[in-house]
Design a protein. Structure first.
Length: 147
């Protein structure tokens, strides 16, 4: 079932790969995600700040955005609220990774928005499960790529 949904999503991309943007100020985090997800299925690209990510999504289309919460300049939560105002087609394409998931701010944000997240540090299975679940959800909802 998941394979057929990934196939349908890949039909949208000329390259045949789903584009994922990883946004985090920790290079180690982005490097690990890129290593795990870089395959025939995923074209993984990076941005080191939320502000850089906003610029990238204005120029390019991404199937998924994986980002941290705590970053200098603009947090992941602020990024999400900016997307709510400017490009709502990306709201269902964001997954957060955070070590701060027990803070009052994060608990409130995740419970209000229902945005998927996985903990830092994470396992390969945590990451793959989050990505495949969100891509499957987007394919089912018809959100294969932003407009």
């Amino acid at each position: 079932m998941i394979k057929s949904l990934l196939y349908r999503l890949r039909l949208i991309r000329k390259s045949g790969k789903l584009k994922i943007l990883v946004v985090d100020d920790e290079p180690r985090f982005a490097k690990i995600i890129k290593r795990v997800l870089s395959s025939d299925e995923y074209d993984v690209q990076g941005a080191d700040t939320a502000i850089a990510a906003l610029k990238r999504i204005k120029r390019e289309k991404f199937d998924l955005i994986i980002m941290g919460i705590r970053m200098p300049g603009m947090s992941g939560i602020e990024f999400y609220h900016r997307i709510e105002e400017t490009n709502r087609s990306y709201l269902n394409k964001i997954i957060f990774a955070t070590g701060d998931y027990k803070s009052e701010e994060c608990v409130d944000f995740f419970s209000r928005t229902g945005v998927p997240w996985f903990p830092k540090p994470f396992t390969r299975d945590d990451l793959l499960r989050a990505v495949k679940t969100q891509l499957k959800k987007n394919a089912t909802l018809g959100h294969a790529s932003p407009l």
